[in-house]
Design a protein around this ligand. Structure first.
Ligand SMILES: C[S@@+](CC[C@H](N)C(=O)[O-])C[C@H]1O[C@@H](n2cnc3c(N)ncnc32)[C@H](O)[C@@H]1O
Length: 311
């Protein structure tokens, strides 16, 4: 089976994440296990890896692909936002490293049949976690025009957000918008031809915005970052790969806030247990994939990797 997702910046992830080959690590967004496999290969027999994903299919694929490492690995269907509770249930307090590779997998885009791609004719779902309620069809057919514009503008940074939201409202007065193709054609028609972007499909940004809204992607990162430092051992690392400027900005600012809190009074934020945790930035500048990687895997082109370490 070709899972088609090529993991991004694998060498860099391994180099920054694994500081102790006998340590305990979390891949918070296992996807199709591209990074997880490499982490397992690097770990010695006493090392362990906990893999999480909210997508049932990703959990199934990860379990299959990591079956040869079953003594090292625990695979859990769950959100990285709940990592503290998930670790608690496994009897674990802190780990040596956490990886988040944000966004969606190629498997979700191309094979899931959940309407992530504007090139396919699929039900407009876009949920990564099919156990949640809100899907893209509901969002597109029920939000007010203003709210739709806000979502498309904020999460897609789409300058045609007003025009697109108007076109969506007009269409849904005639009939509900149920498929990815119906929506992408509508967006293509709403943006004047001469303003169609040259390098991407006209629906790219709107689809991205809807996916981010349906899966609460920015809220999740924000909530996770509040608890992340307390889940790391001293010298433990948080490695995050983001693909969207809004995500990257949030990560960059949080890391800066953490590290500036290291100068006097040195210890922030206060964890639930009353103890303090502080972090330092390991990658002063975000790391980008090499030209060669972008050539071999064009989807990596927008990736930025940042690392912070527990002091
Ligand atoms: C870019 S893919 C990860 C690919 C993976 N690193 C690999 O190499 O195969 C992102 C994954 O994160 C998952 N995901 C999104 N939000 C999540 C969350 N809150 N908790 C856990 N997984 C999440 C998605 O379902 C998707 O499988």
């Amino acid at each position: 089976m070709d899972y088609s997702h090529q993991p991004v910046m694998v060498d860099e992830v391994i180099e920054y994440l694994i500081t102790d080959t006998k340590g305990l690590y979390v891949d918070g967004t296992a996807g199709t296990a591209g990074h997880s496999i490499e982490i397992c290969r690097k770990l010695e027999p006493f090392g362990r890896l906990i893999c999480l994903d909210v997508d049932n299919e990703a959990v199934r694929i990860t379990s299959e692909r990591l079956s040869q490492f079953k003594d090292l690995v625990a695979i859990v269907k769950g959100s990285y936002v709940e990592l503290k509770d998930i670790l608690g249930k496994l009897g674990i307090g802190k780990v040596h490293g956490i990886l988040l590779d944000l966004g969606m997998s190629s498997h979700q885009l191309e094979l899931s049949g959940r309407g992530f791609s504007f090139l396919r004719d699929e039900p407009l779902d876009m949920r990564m976690d099919e156990d949640t309620e809100l899907n893209a069809e509901e969002l597109v057919n029920t939000l007010t025009r203003e709210k739709l514009e806000e979502v498309i503008w904020n999460y897609g940074q789409e300058r045609w957000a007003k025009v697109i939201s108007r076109a969506i409202l007009k269409e849904r007065q005639k009939c509900p918008i149920r498929s990815s193709k119906q929506l992408s054609r509508l967006i293509e028609g709403a943006i004047p031809d001469k303003h169609h972007p040259r390098r991407i499909h006209p629906a790219t940004k709107t689809f991205q915005a809807l996916r981010i809204a349906v899966n609460r992607e920015l809220n999740n990162i924000r909530d996770f970052l509040k608890t992340a430092p307390q889940l790391l051992e001293k010298k433990g690392r948080l490695v995050v790969i983001s693909y969207h400027s809004l995500e990257d900005r949030m990560i960059k600012h949080t890391f800066r806030h953490w590290s500036s809190s290291n100068s006097y009074p040195r210890k922030l934020p206060v964890s639930d247990t009353g103890k303090h945790s502080s972090m330092r930035i390991v990658t002063k500048k975000g790391i980008k994939p090499s030209e060669n990687e972008v050539y071999l895997n064009p989807r990596s082109r927008s990736a930025i990797l940042r690392v912070a370490e527990r002091c």
